[in-house]
Design a binder for this molecule. Structure first.
Ligand SMILES: CC(C)(COP(=O)(O)OP(=O)(O)OC[C@H]1O[C@@H](n2cnc3c(N)ncnc32)[C@H](O)[C@@H]1OP(=O)(O)O)[C@@H](O)C(=O)NCCC(=O)NCCS
Length: 220
């Protein structure tokens, strides 16, 4: 994969984001490994991701997963792998914004958004709220189109897509060498000056200067 060398090079520039209930920041391999192991060891989380068989079983594997994300996405000004926490600092999940691999080719032309949340945090609207902030960040940064793909049977994830105002495009084999339900959202048109045009994705998140000391105060 381009950019991944197994180690983190350069500075991490993932933009922190705030929503009314949530904080999104770059993953920290030391501080967040236990959460990553807990989240990605679960059958109910992994069942619709990839072939459904992958599990993170150890803290070492969790740290490696975080470092891989950092190597791939965290040095990019727009892409990212965000840890999502409540303002009470309970870790609840992950939102990713990244190139999506084309089927049958070592290429990636489109950008996808994805979400993986801990079962204890399902049913609160957190995934939608966090992904809304990431979409707003993506469009504010100049992206014109973001896609999401789900397993055709993953109704919970498809419901998130619809809550986000993404348009269903039916089943597609364009990505991941697999048949997926495809959704897309295009950037809101800029409102003409002097009008009160709807801008539903621009005010949902603040791109906050990080107010936290990364990884210092929230170890289990
Ligand atoms: C996909 C996934 C993130 C969906 O999580 P979710 O909690 O159902 O999604 P949302 O954040 O949109 O929450 C919506 C639910 O919260 C409820 N809710 C409660 N309080 C709410 C609030 N204040 N605001 C909004 N919704 C609220 C909604 O009514 C809805 O419940 P319902 O599904 O019973 O109708 C979750 O199932 C998951 O992580 N699955 C495993 C990983 C996975 O499959 N990822 C996708 C791969 S493509």
């Amino acid at each position: 994969m381009p950019g991944y060398r197994g180690v983190v090079r350069g500075s991490l520039v993932t933009v922190p984001l705030l929503t009314p209930r949530l904080q999104l920041r770059a993953y920290d391999a030391a501080a967040d490994a236990a959460f990553v192991r807990d989240l990605y060891s679960r059958e109910e989380v992994q069942r619709w991701i990839g072939d459904g068989t992958q599990r993170v079983r150890t803290l070492g594997e969790a740290r490696e997963k975080i470092r891989r994300w950092q190597g791939l996405y965290s040095q990019h000004p727009v892409h990212g792998a965000w840890l999502v926490r409540t303002h009470e600092r309970t870790r609840v999940g992950t939102v990713l914004l990244k190139p999506i691999p084309d089927s049958a080719a070592d290429t990636a032309h489109d950008i996808e958004i994805g979400w993986h949340f801990h079962p204890h945090a399902w049913g609160h609207g957190y995934a939608t709220e966090a992904a809304h902030a990431v979409l707003a960040h993506a469009f504010a940064a100049g992206l014109t189109r973001v896609v999401a793909v789900t397993h055709p049977a993953n109704e919970a994830s498809q419901a998130v897509c619809l809550r986000l105002g993404m348009t269903p495009r039916g089943l597609s084999r364009a990505y991941y060498d697999a048949e997926c339900a495809l959704f897309e959202r295009t950037a809101p048109a800029a409102a003409p000056r002097g009008t009160c045009g709807e801008a539903p994705l621009t005010g949902a998140a603040s791109s906050a200067a990080a107010t936290e000391q990364k990884g210092t105060s929230d170890h289990g």
